[in-house]
Design a protein around this ligand. Sequence first.
Ligand code: SF4
Ligand code: SF4
Length: 414
Amino acid sequence: MISIENSLKQETIEKIKREGIPVIIFGAGIVGEALFHICCNVGIKVEGFCDNNINKTKSSMFNLEVIHTLHLKRKYKDAIFLISAADIIDVVDQLHVLGYSKWYAVNLLLKDFDVSQYPFSAPTGFVEFAVGTCLLCHDGYLNPDKLFLRSVDIIITERCSLKCKDCSNLMQYYQKPINCTYQELMQAIDGFCALIDEVNEFRVIGGEPFMNKEIHLIIKRLIDEPKVRKIVIYTNGTIVPKEVQIEYLKSSKVLIFITDYGVLSRKLNLLTQILQQNYISFYARKAQGWTDCAKIMRHDRNIEQQKKIFENCCAKNTFTLSKGKLYICPFSANADRLQAVPGFENDYIDLFQSPRGAMDIYEMKKKIRTFLLEKDFLETCDYCNGRSFYAPEITPAIQTENPLEYEQCYLNSR
Ligand code: SF4
Ligand code: SF4
């Protein structure tokens, strides 16, 4: 018997083929690779890829051109877009502005795709994870009553074993960095999970998350949480987890993402060896794509300029939990933690702002959805350089000996 999903999938495939106009995969990443394989299997001819990231347009994929989004119209008057990006809402807006109306969420195409049958440019575990993220986000986009989130970062420490002067999470400014307490973190996770329907990726970040010796207790809470699909720990390859911590990292929900800072990642080899020995999923990638986005400085931009900075910012969907508040990006979370900006009340949602009964949860969900999906700029953006897709890259991980100074005059207005 053919399921409704399968017949819808078949209808979608036939519809795409019937259009007779170029088919472009939006997003030249891992999910883009998966979509390409699927299209080949079902007889959809892919004309090329497009991406907002200029670096990805410097090489081809499967011998097809990766065109920069801004150049699309020059080449394709009309086209069908298969969206492989998880942030589908932004892509749909972008295509609309460019004058394209034919696009597809790809959850039906990706469902039941067996990644182990195809070659990819990343390990199978990571491909499964990326495909799962995309599926959940596209499902969420098509089910607006649910609060599905692609990812949320949780800051578990301000401490880091490196001190990168251009750290986009602003760790270089903490004079006396501290770990977040276990109680504070549990309360934040409980409060957050009570409000959402599902989050694909809980990203455990710092600083360096292994600086917090209680990391395994936080991981355990997230492993036990059915609303959390995957837990990704972002580490810099300088610390090897202790035995008690390793036990929890073995969970199939956990993925370790190691940024390889070359000689600075002094424990990288030992770390990967231990992870391999314990069958712990990990993915190591060279530090790349850094831009000059870590200065805290007031710019006095007008509203239109603020909106532009926000629109072009690749960090505007890196939702971040800090001190029981939900922020749009780590910059705004840490700028607030550092008290480097006035306390902008519209730039976060306080998860514990009022007693919550059944009605309140519904209202809070609505409020979170509106905050995360409909905001068109933050007041904090005026203190930030932004993280534009088009900004030139800088050398990653240059170290500073001492914490950097930042303007503290804003403290007066808090
Ligand atoms: S390793 Fe560098 S970039 Fe990463 S959190 Fe630490 S200071 Fe920031
Ligand atoms: S421009 Fe705004 S959204 Fe982007 S990182 Fe800066 S504060 Fe966050």
